[in-house]
Design a protein around this ligand. Structure first.
Ligand code: HEC
Length: 157
């Protein structure tokens, strides 16, 4: 029993100690999605879907849940966001060339079509983010139509 108590105390101390290590937050109050929205012109329903299901990980602004204040959850979320943005950051749309944009949209089509996005773990905590069949169709329709635009004409990059 004594040993168990000691271990419990140690774990508690460890838990308190890690709270001091807070990852930097992914927040941006500016108009960071302006160029993406202007260029790809998603209809209102697709805009809503992207807001509810994608931007938390694939943009420069995350709406954090309260439990992000708790380590190690905060570390876990921070890593997901970093990985997601490395693959696709919609706030950085301008930084992609024409070919890359076409390719990113192709990846969106593949990920949504396969039901891989949003991440399953995200849906556990944000059930509303789960895409219905109609929502998936709406994203696919918009992404396919928009992708074609980037495929047209000469390919500068
Ligand atoms: C909880 C965070 C999270 C959410 C929400 C999320 N993603 Fe992702 N996404 C990731 C991570 C992490 C990766 C990179 C690792 C991987 O492929 O699993 C990724 C990768 C991607 C990729 C790159 C290709 C691929 O499959 O690896 C695309 C495209 C993508 N996501 C699209 C979307 C779309 C579209 C939505 C909204 C419908 C979305 N994601 C929602 C975390 C997220």
């Amino acid at each position: 029993m004594k040993v168990m108590k000691k271990i419990a105390k140690l774990l508690l101390l460890l838990f308190i100690a890690i709270q001091f290590f807070r990852p930097e937050k992914n927040t941006n109050q500016g108009n960071h999605l302006a160029s993406f929205i202007t260029e790809t012109n998603p209809p209102e329903n697709v805009k809503t879907i992207l807001t509810n299901s994608c931007y938390d990980c694939h943009s420069n602004n995350t709406e954090y849940p309260w439990y992000n204040n708790i380590a190690p959850v905060s570390w876990w979320l921070s890593n997901h966001i970093k990985d997601a943005k490395a693959d696709l950051n919609l706030s950085d749309w301008d930084s992609y060339g024409k070919r890359q944009k076409e390719h990113k949209l192709e990846e969106v089509i593949e990920a949504v079509d396969a039901g891989e996005m949003p991440l399953r773990q995200y849906i556990w905590f944000h059930p509303d983010a789960k895409l219905s069949r109609e929502q998936s169709e709406a994203i696919l329709e918009w992404a396919r139509r928009t992708k074609v635009l980037y495929g047209l004409g000469p390919q500068p990059r």
